[in-house]
Write a protein that binds this ligand. Structure first.
Ligand code: ZN
Length: 433
């Protein structure tokens, strides 16, 4: 779902302020002050105007200071308080541009304290928390925004997503229908609603089974033995993978929807070779198409694979190249097998492999099924090599993916490996059977 990158704040600008701004830009601050002073006999209004000038110049901290002075002199003027709140919202925005969510939330809480009935600081705080996947904390902010102004479509769309993630299909559908009625071209939402309806049709009466960090949904009664087997796989993955990647433990309950083989194909509309997937929820079949339970080892490697995606999404959002995401998921969920090494080796010999640069810039959907399975195999071999040689550095690598403008630079800076070197490493590894 698209989240607005930042909120815009509008203040209405009287003409004497436009003139004052021109003076300030031309390097005549004294004239500017004189003009503002002349415009009012009231000093509070003078400070307020100067604050407005700074605000328009994008100097939000300075603006806040001036509005604060004005507020002290004339606490009875509501517009001044509103301006202070707007400054905090703009400063929150700046904090987010520097990836500082805590500071942003501090500013928004101050904005809310100043103007509790202004819907946008609630919506803004909710949006930031939502983007950080802190859905439980986002929800009350978004609900409050909607309570104060029920035309806040962003907040409504996000509340729909939160309900959807918690398997409340009906509530999600209600929110999304309202958004689509107001704005039929809301990016991706019509498809999302269609997906929701398809899933709700199958999963509507699924039973829920919670554990410490997961909630399983399944259409039938699961025996104690089956449940504890599956929870054991998941909770072990939670501890082991979270620890190995640098103590990454999602704060939200991870939803795991289990199906029989036929339901999985129908609900996910995925290709027959897909064993499980993660789309915000882990989805996996526990029986094959004939209705027989999958072997424990198969289920374990599939669930662990998807759980790696959960952790990376929690840590990095989408700031990770997909080939790396898949390669790491494979590395931490199954042993390398010889047939996979042979596939990659022969692809190197016939020059059919794609470079990591090409993989990075080509979404999976643009590759043929053969290219995708080769890419998975190649990425598995590559990431397994990196993992074997330097798994202790993986937490730093994830940090670099998060912060560096280029994934290749991140690899270079942390593991001293550029894409060309990684390709050589991968090719060499296939020759070491
Ligand atoms: Zn995957």
């Amino acid at each position: 779902m698209a989240i607005p990158p930042c909120y815009r704040f509008a203040m209405s600008i009287p003409t004497h302020i436009t003139t004052a701004m021109t003076l300030l830009r031309r390097g005549a601050p004294l004239l500017c002050l004189l003009l503002l002073g002349a415009a009012h006999a009231q000093p509070a209004k003078g400070f307020n105007d100067l604050g407005t000038v700074y605000f328009q110049e994008g100097r939000f901290a300075d603006a806040l200071e001036r509005f604060g002075q004005a507020h002290k002199l004339a606490p009875e003027i509501p517009a001044i308080r509103r301006n202070m709140a707007l400054c905090h919202q703009a400063l929150a925005n700046e904090a987010m541009e520097n990836d500082d969510l805590n500071l942003a939330l501090e500013h928004l809480n101050k904005a809310i304290e100043l103007e509790p009935r202004l819907p946008t600081p609630h919506a803004q705080a909710g949006a930031y928390l939502f983007a950080a996947e802190r859905l439980k904390e986002a929800q009350p902010f978004l609900e409050q925004a909607l309570k104060l102004d029920n035309s806040q479509l962003d907040a409504r769309a996000m509340l729909g997503e939160i309900a959807y993630r918690a398997n409340d299909h009906a509530k999600a559908e209600t929110h999304w229908k309202i958004v689509l009625e107001a704005k039929p071209d809301w990016p991706g939402l019509a498809q999302r609603l269609e997906k929701l309806r398809r899933e709700a049709h199958i999963e509507g009466d699924f039973k829920r089974y919670p554990s410490a960090h997961f909630e399983i949904s399944f259409g039938d009664v699961l025996t104690e033995a089956t449940l504890s087997r599956i929870f054991d796989i998941l909770e072990t993955a939670y501890q082991e993978i979270g620890t190995e990647l640098g103590d990454i433990f999602p704060s939200e309950t991870v939803e795991v929807v289990l199906y029989d083989g036929a339901q999985f194909a129908e609900a996910t509309q995925s290709d027959p070779h897909v064993g499980a997937l993660f789309d915000g929820k882990i989805r996996a079949p526990i029986t094959n198409k004939e209705g027989r339970f999958l072997q424990n080892a198969t289920l374990k490697s599939r669930l662990r694979h998807e759980y790696v995606h959960v952790v990376l999404r929690h840590r990095l959002g989408s700031k990770v190249p997909w080939w790396f995401n898949e390669g790491l998921a494979e590395t931490l969920s199954r042993k390398m097998d010889q047939s996979r090494l042979r596939l990659v080796r022969s692809a190197f010999r016939s020059e059919e492999t794609l470079s990591f640069q090409e993989l990075e810039s080509n979404p999976r959907g643009q590759l043929s099924p053969e290219q995708v399975s080769l890419a998975y195999a190649q990425s598995h071999v590559a990431v397994a090599q990196l993992w074997n040689e330097g798994k202790a550095k993986f937490p730093a690598l994830l940090e670099a993916f998060d912060k560096s403008p280029s994934y290749e630079d991140a690899l270079k800076s942390v593991l001293n490996t550029d894409y060309a070197t990684l390709e050589k490493l991968t090719e060499t590894a296939t020759n070491e059977e």
